[in-house]
Design a protein around this ligand. Structure first.
Ligand SMILES: [Zn+2]
Length: 307
């Protein structure tokens, strides 16, 4: 049987929120089979649980926000991406503020935390959502057009294309494909950092955003070049970060997908619309699990390799 996974022991991190600039403590704890990933606001007078689901996503401007009643957690996508990359099914995420810490701006710090705590198998089958028919969402017209789609695939792979008219981005790959079964998430995707432009920063700060952002947790560009003195971590770090984000956004479904995801200029909003379109189209998917590990997609039975 291809089994569910959780952490072996708890682990903690302290950092600041990218947008709020607030100090926040994060505690990641093991959870029983079929719990899923549950964020818990432990700073509120009565702790509030927010189980991840497509419907729990309440805001997708700049980051993916989930909520339950008045309780919210912003910027969940990088931690969710690390969980997707390592195949973690069940986890409690205790958090002391309304935004996940940005740490180094990628998923690498979360991968390191989760792997340091250790990942254990649980006595329950991993429950997948298998795509049976294509599902697609589109937005915008002409130069503003963007789309995202899911197609049937025995495994999970992503193909993303960006279209940034900027010298520093033009010089790098604008398209990348990644197959989770390759076992290369930690090495090839997790280290890609979020990015932003100095011309947007003032406007964002005026709106109370990016208050915790800087050169130690984002790639920052002026109109011509990358300002970080150490340069890029991958030649195509920009589009790889979009793959990282998409993996996190799609993992908010609450179950891993068996699908091929492809997207052009997609973002948090369209990724969430894609999940909602999928759930609304009941004949486009079915639940799946693997009693015999040998029938699982290549690479899925192995725990994610270390660095
Ligand atoms: Zn991101």
């Amino acid at each position: 049987m291809l089994q569910q996974r959780t952490l072996k022991t708890l682990t903690r991190a302290v950092g600041v929120g990218l947008h709020s600039g607030q100090r926040v403590e994060l505690t990641l704890r093991p959870a029983p089979p079929d719990t899923g990933i549950v964020f818990r606001r432990v700073d509120l007078p009565e702790p509030v649980d927010i189980p991840v689901s497509a419907e729990a996503v309440t805001d997708t401007r700049m980051a993916s926000t989930i909520g339950s009643g008045h309780a919210k957690v912003h910027t969940v996508e990088h931690l969710m991406s690390a969980c997707a990359g390592l195949g973690l099914d069940n986890l409690y995420v205790d958090i002391t503020a309304e935004e996940v810490p940005i740490l180094d701006g990628s998923a690498a710090s979360f991968v390191f935390l989760l792997q340091s705590a250790g990942i254990v198998l649980q006595n329950a089958p991993r429950r997948f959502i298998r795509i049976l028919r294509p599902v697609e969402v589109r937005a915008g017209e002409g130069a503003q057009a963007k789309w995202a789609r899911l197609d049937p695939y025995h495994g999970f792979k992503l193909s993303f294309e960006i279209d940034f008219d900027h010298p520093a981005v033009d010089a790098t790959g604008q398209r990348v494909e990644f197959d989770l079964g390759s076992g290369r998430y930690s090495r090839d995707i997790a280290r890609a950092r979020t990015f932003g432009f100095t011309r947007d920063v003032e406007m964002m700060r005026a709106h109370g955003l990016a208050l915790g952002g800087g050169l130690d947790n984002a790639i920052v560009m002026d109109d011509y070049k990358v300002l970080n003195s150490e340069g890029l971590r991958y030649d195509d770090e920009f589009v790889k970060h979009k793959i990282l984000d998409a993996m996190g956004d799609l993992y908010l479904l609450g179950k891993p997908l068996l699908a091929a995801y492809s997207a052009f200029r997609s973002g948090h909003a369209l990724n969430n619309q894609l999940l909602r379109a999928l759930l609304a189209e009941r004949s486009a998917w079915e639940p799946a699990s693997f009693e015999d590990e040998r029938e699982a997609p290549r690479g899925f039975a192995q725990p994610a390799p270390a660095w």
